[in-house]
Design a protein around this ligand. Structure first.
Ligand code: HEC
Ligand code: HEC
Ligand code: HEC
Length: 421
């Protein structure tokens, strides 16, 4: 992180005193330069925001998002049962492995026969012998219904109180759990999350033979000299971008007083282009993404160094930290549940990484999607995936969250475009 004091003071002085300062600039102000023009009025992404066509459509309006708190409160006490549970264990076995039910139980637990060849995860304990543990029906029912009554810090979703399973279905799963009395048998070593090797990224991001995302750089170079409605192109005002913007992207996102929010590279592109060339490069459109890849690529190898030294940036960082810890959506996960508490574990077949290491390669080519995703789209998907409504990419909450995330990645070197599954 760097101290922004001298630069900020210099810039403010420049604005006040205008051209006069240029003639008598004292040595300490030598770094001060003109502020980049920005459109500060319109939105930087489409409104109303519309979820991507291929993404699941559900009504999650009842639940917390990064912009609002609305999930139903956690129950204070376990529910009392009227008698022993009567459930259908065979149906329970199907439910625990049903991926369509919020990823279901095998996402985090090995469960005897149901877990055999399903790439179960290991965020939670192996429950293959839970039937020997003499747990009461009431405890098991309530642990599944809403585990927060026993453990307020749990990462297990409140399956019952958030409406993912009804009482009968929970009873069926209780009946199934009670049949689990012997260690899991795995068909292959890979099925065992304790033996499955953690993925190692071996591909070279900047090798065009390996990373199809490299095409973005050629495309961006074309856009660089494309004349917009003002008769200007990026090239009209900027000589050699490789010299001028050698480190710039590594210092973003940053607090931007003119917008009263944290500004990332992609939103900068939209607002700066509008104010200069007149081009409309809305966030999460192809042209915006390729320019972002290009500007990040110019900073290749430069350590990420975001400025959280001034009071406004510090406050934004704090807000970002709170948001990263907020429980979101029907599945009731915080970003840090997966990328903090449960990091370095498997959630089904997916490895959970820490927040550090999730940022330095963005925007990134996604081999599973055959497109480039910028960081805001990844934020959106991590919300949709946990059944929370996403926000438009230019939402101020994403700015705060991105600043927090970037600060966790401080010191890691820019390496864009990335290539990931
Ligand atoms: C996101 C991961 C996750 C998912 C998904 C999940 N669990 Fe859990 N579960 C945990 C963790 C972690 C624990 C350990 C205790 C805790 O943290 O609450 C746990 C504990 C339990 C326990 C208590 C075990 C004991 O010995 O006290 C039961 C029962 C249980 N889970 C059942 C289920 C069932 C049934 C499902 C599917 C409907 C499920 N879990 C889905 C993470 C998960
Ligand atoms: C009309 C002139 C003009 C045009 C056209 C223009 N810029 Fe700029 N740009 C500026 C000025 C002035 C600055 C601030 C001083 C500096 O960094 O050179 C700036 C700064 C920048 C910065 C650094 C931002 C910062 O905060 O220091 C980037 C990156 C940038 N421009 C990219 C672009 C791109 C991409 C385009 C084309 C879409 C473009 N510029 C078009 C004038 C222009
Ligand atoms: C239920 C668990 C879960 C939650 C909650 C979650 N993520 Fe993720 N996240 C994942 C998984 C799984 C991946 C993909 C890992 C892979 O592709 O192998 C991922 C990937 C990412 C990546 C990109 C990693 C890369 O290298 O391409 C970022 C950035 C990220 N998450 C940020 C967030 C943020 C911010 C939040 C909170 C809004 C969040 N995640 C919430 C599970 C989660």
């Amino acid at each position: 992180m760097r101290q922004g004091g001298i630069f900020a003071a210099g810039a403010a002085f420049l604005i006040v005193a205008g051209a006069f300062v240029l003639a008598v600039t004292p040595a300490s102000f030598a770094q001060a330069k003109e502020l980049a023009p920005l459109d500060t009025k319109g939105d930087a992404s489409i409104r109303p925001w519309k979820r991507y066509d291929k993404w699941p459509k559900r009504d999650e309006s009842k639940f917390n998002t990064l912009a609002k708190i609305s999930s139903p409160p956690a129950p204070k006490e376990p529910r009392k049962l009227s008698g022993p549970i009567k459930g259908d264990a065979a149906n329970g076995a199907k439910l625990v492995s049903n991926r369509k039910r919020g990823g279901s139980c095998l996402a985090c637990h090995v469960m005897g026969p149901a877990g055999g060849a399903n790439l179960p995860g290991n965020v939670g304990p192996d429950l293959s012998e839970i039937g020997n543990a003499n747990l009461t029906d009431e405890f098991l029912f309530n642990y599944i219904y809403d585990a927060r009554v026993y453990n307020p810090e749990t990462v297990m979703p409140p399956w019952g109180s958030h409406g993912l399973f009804n009482d009968q279905e929970i009873s069926d799963m209780v009946a199934f759990l009670k049949t689990l009395k012997s260690p899991a048998v795995f068909k292959t070593a890979l099925d065992n999350p304790e033996k499955r090797p953690a993925p190692v990224e071996k591909r070279a991001n900047l090798d065009p033979m390996e990373n199809p995302g490299m095409w973005a750089i050629d495309k961006a170079k074309e856009l660089w000299s494309k004349v917009g409605s003002t008769g200007k192109s990026c090239a009209s005002c900027h000589g050699n971008p490789a010299m001028q913007f050698k480190a710039w992207a590594s210092s973003l996102p940053k607090w931007e007083p003119r917008l009263n929010k944290v500004l990332g590279v992609e939103e900068f592109i939209t607002r700066h282009a509008r104010a200069t060339t007149g081009a409309e490069y809305l966030m999460e459109t192809d042209d915006n993404r390729v320019l972002s890849v290009y500007l990040h690529n110019l900073a290749e190898g430069v350590p990420i160094t975001v400025d959280v030294s001034n009071a406004a940036a510090k406050a934004a960082y704090k807000r970002g930290e709170v948001l990263a810890n907020r429980k979101l959506g029907q599945l009731n996960f915080a970003c840090t549940d997966c990328h903090g508490k449960s990091a370095n574990h498997w959630i089904r077949g997916q490895w959970l990484g820490t927040l550090k290491g999730q940022y330095d390669h963005f925007p990134t080519w996604r081999t599973s999607q055959l497109v480039i995703w910028d960081i805001r789209q990844r934020f959106q998907w991590c919300q949709v995936n946990i059944r929370a409504d996403e926000l438009p990419p230019d939402a101020k909450e994403y700015g705060d969250l991105e600043l927090y995330l970037a600060a966790q990645n401080d010191g890691l070197k820019e390496n864009v475009p990335g290539i990931r599954h």
